[in-house]
Ligand binder design. Sequence first.
Ligand code: NDP
Length: 297
Amino acid sequence: MTARIIDGKAFAAILRESVAEHVAHLKQTKGITPGLAVVLVGDDPASQVYVRSKGKQTVEVGMHSYEYKLPADTSEYDLLALIEQLNYDLSVHGILVQLPLPKHIDEALVINAIDPAKDVDGFHISNAGLLATGQKAMVPCTPLGCLMMLREYCGNLSGLNAVVIGRSNIVGKPMAQLLLRESCTVTVAHSRTKNLPEILREADIVVAAVGRPLFVQSYWLKEGATVIDVGINRIDQADGTTRLVGDVDYDTAKEVAGAITPVPGGVGPMTIACLLANTVTACCRAHSLPEPKRLTI
Ligand code: NDP
């Protein structure tokens, strides 16, 4: 069997197009332009790349992008003051604080200082609680993108066995909540899980969010499984260059899986597209307007 390749880049382009259409509609009919504020503290190179890309795509879909680049020694107090200012700013509908933050800043404190209605990353404790209790929440972008792709490829997910590898607050746990909401039978695996290969052999859906390069082996997978690879890992090559790989041994897994996301070009592009979609959703909620169905789940 050779798997269908789940083209996250193409999915993301379609989603961005829907976002752009809705932004244009909001501007024309209501005179409202959604705005996304991105806050970066410090000069982590990977974070700088992500923030640049987010800002560029925000502008491309017609929204306002507000970037705040603060020095690495910014105090927690000053960062919280900026968030408070953005919480009150009516032109800002979404606020994203790029993680990780410098060690002297309490990440949870900062995330929970964001107005939950503007928390387009979906990391605020209120949004986590709403999602866990099956209520309307801001859904974290990466799991949201994964679910959109799963729905497209698998159709009705009800009754399927899903295994999520990883239990982080930003990927694993919300992914498990979303799959439960779809009536999957969900297993969450983590570093203490015993017999992971045996567990995976029963899985119709595998979501790998481990952060270990090429960790999931093809012979652990059930024939025909749908595999979503969230991992982004850089590995050194013999020629001194680095290569981006996922958490799944893609080259062999695609011979067993029914459908699989590549890395790069799978989950990554969908994550930013979902951030833009969440910003439009937040804007509609802020103005008590109907939420665009195509932009959420
Ligand atoms: P974390 O490091 O927060 O979580 C990793 C999880 O993997 C933990 O729950 C850990 O278990 C589990 N784990 C570690 N080793 C094993 C093992 N041997 N067997 C089973 N489980 C194991 O990572 P994130 O969730 O933040 O990210 C995961 C990956 O996804 C990373 O590569 C990251 O770069 C990528 N990522 C990609 C995004 C995208 O847009 N494509 C967005 C966000 C993340 P335990 O809890 O027991 O320690």
